[in-house]
Design a protein around this ligand. Structure first.
Ligand SMILES: [Zn+2]
Ligand SMILES: [Zn+2]
Length: 199
């Protein structure tokens, strides 16, 4: 009987039913303990009313506005990433097979990395998140694949199954742009793109 009365007198935290508390959210008036109370300019509030996320250690934190990416911003970012990847990939491939100067097109990867980071960041209204980083880095990878496909499929009119038996020959690999500098610079471009979206 004693404990029941005590329970009624001391409200329990809505997130931690074991914890008695006299603190209430200043908005919804739910009882909250000091672990989940978020200090705001208008008093202590519960995680629900502040949009706080629960961390791995059980404490709550309010995500930075920068990291709050809406569905629409993700879709815009994805559209920008796809468009940049395709267009710059074609440009990269076209340059590689037009210029008869050996494959000096690897520096395209850096420019595409900067473009991808900038484009995805702007499309997502300057938000930042790991997913946006992946989208931006993926743009450079898409461009590299499109550049390769552009030469084989469009310029030469060949399919990959026709090309595959000759991939052992370094001349063919170089012709396709499957070179060490291209691979390294593609990685570097992906890194540059991801840096732009870093939280
Ligand atoms: Zn509340
Ligand atoms: Zn609590």
């Amino acid at each position: 009987m004693q404990t029941i009365i005590a329970d009624q007198e001391e409200p329990k935290c809505i997130n931690h039913p074991q914890t008695a508390t006299s603190v209430r959210c200043s908005k919804c008036l739910d009882p909250i303990c000091l672990v989940c109370a978020i200090r705001t300019p208008v008093g202590l509030r519960c995680p629900k009313c502040t949009g706080a996320a629960r961390g791995r250690d059980g404490t709550y934190f309010v995500p930075s506005l920068l990291a709050q990416v809406s569905r629409q911003q993700y879709l815009k970012a994805l559209a920008a990433a796809t468009a940049i990847g395709l267009v710059s990939g074609v440009a990269w491939g076209q340059f590689r097979y037009t210029g008869n100067i050996g494959d000096w097109s690897f520096w395209f990867a850096l420019i595409i990395g900067l473009l991808a980071g900038e484009g995805v960041a702007r499309a997502a209204n300057e938000r930042r998140s790991p997913q946006l980083q992946i989208a931006a880095a993926g743009t450079v990878l898409v461009a590299a694949v499109v550049a390769l496909a552009w030469g084989v499929l469009v310029k030469e009119g060949l399919t990959f199954s026709q090309v595959r038996p000759y991939l052992g020959e370094s001349v063919i690999r170089q012709y396709l742009g499957m070179t060490v500098p291209n691979a390294l610079f593609t990685l570097f471009g992906m890194f540059l793109a991801a840096q732009r979206l870093k939280l």
